[in-house]
Ligand binder design. Structure first.
Ligand code: SAM
Length: 273
């Protein structure tokens, strides 16, 4: 039988007693990082047989685990943090077990996405879990564009070194005034939730550079209103008369109108020559 066991996302106090019981009793604990899970087991005084199972060996190791279970072994799967299968390995092993008619159960634990959602102050009745966006390129741009169609809270995982880039991209796509919650270091000593518009978050993180693990909850209300009521040409001229450089003008006008920064840059060059 396979047990999907949730582990803490920062605070050891969040490990459930059933999780400890299962990890103490199974024959094998499959985990992403044996050193990291070793520390978890040590913390709770659990002696377990660890088996490495991660993104890069799962195709080969999944069938090995399935064979163990077919021979009667109980296997627990844990990830480095949170619930296995949620932006972590697990899904493929669950599918393999189902195909092989092996029983699967879950011992639920914390999930960063849900922890952030309930703290966000945004709509919790309908939400979309996006996880990590593609790290760069047109795939990333397309996903951000696709968020405009959502009419619910969108939950995004992002690395701290890409957070400012994400904020700029969201603003460029027209989300500058959308409400958001930037949730950092959840359940840990320096837990913080910054609530406000995306634009306000930008100002905050320009002062205090982002550090630690982040989940972003973004209020999405269907197609982002393209605020064409503001005439972009008029605004470009007005900002130019204030002496702003063309690049800055393009980003300011993009934030207000929801139009593309690149297009506006070219438009400003044409208008102001
Ligand atoms: N399986 C995990 C779960 O159940 O949420 C997700 C693992 S995913 C590889 C790691 C990402 O989750 C981090 O980059 C961050 O976006 C988010 N995350 C995990 N722990 C977090 C925490 N304590 N505070 C904020 N975000 C966290």
């Amino acid at each position: 039988m396979l047990y999907l066991v949730g582990t803490p996302i920062g605070n050891m106090g969040d490990m459930s007693s059933r999780g400890i019981e299962i990890l103490s009793s199974v024959d094998v604990i499959a985990c992403e990082d044996t050193r990291r899970t070793g520390l978890l087991l040590q913390h709770f005084g659990i002696e377990g047989k660890l088996f490495s199972y991660h993104e890069h060996n799962k195709a080969a190791k999944g069938p090995v685990l399935v064979n163990m279970m077919k021979e009667g072994a109980d296997v627990a799967l844990v990830s480095d943090a949170g619930m296995p299968s949620i932006n972590d390995p697990g899904e493929d092993l669950v599918k393999l077990c189902i195909e092989n008619e092996l029983e699967v159960t879950a011992v639920p634990g914390p999930v960063a996405a849900i922890t952030a959602l309930v703290l966000s102050g945004l709509d919790t009745t309908k939400f979309h879990y996006e996880g990590f966006l593609p790290s760069a390129g047109s795939d990333r741009r397309k996903r951000i564009e696709a968020l405009k169609a959502f009419n619910e809270t969108v939950i995004i995982y992002e690395a701290p070194h890409r957070l400012m880039k994400l904020i700029d991209e969201l603003m460029e796509a027209g989300f500058a005034q959308n409400k958001a919650a930037f949730c950092r270091e959840l359940t840990k000593k320096y837990e913080e939730v910054l609530r406000g518009s995306v634009e306000e978050a930008k100002k905050h993180f320009e002062q205090i550079p982002p550090k630690g693990e982040f989940v972003i909850c973004l209020e999405c209300k269907g197609e982002v209103e393209k605020k064409e009521v503001v005439d972009p040409d008029e605004l470009i001229k007005e900002l130019a008369s204030q002496g702003l450089p063309t690049k800055k003008i393009a980003s300011e006008v993009a934030a207000v109108t929801g139009l593309s920064k690149k297009e506006l840059y070219e438009r400003a060059l044409r208008l102001l020559k």
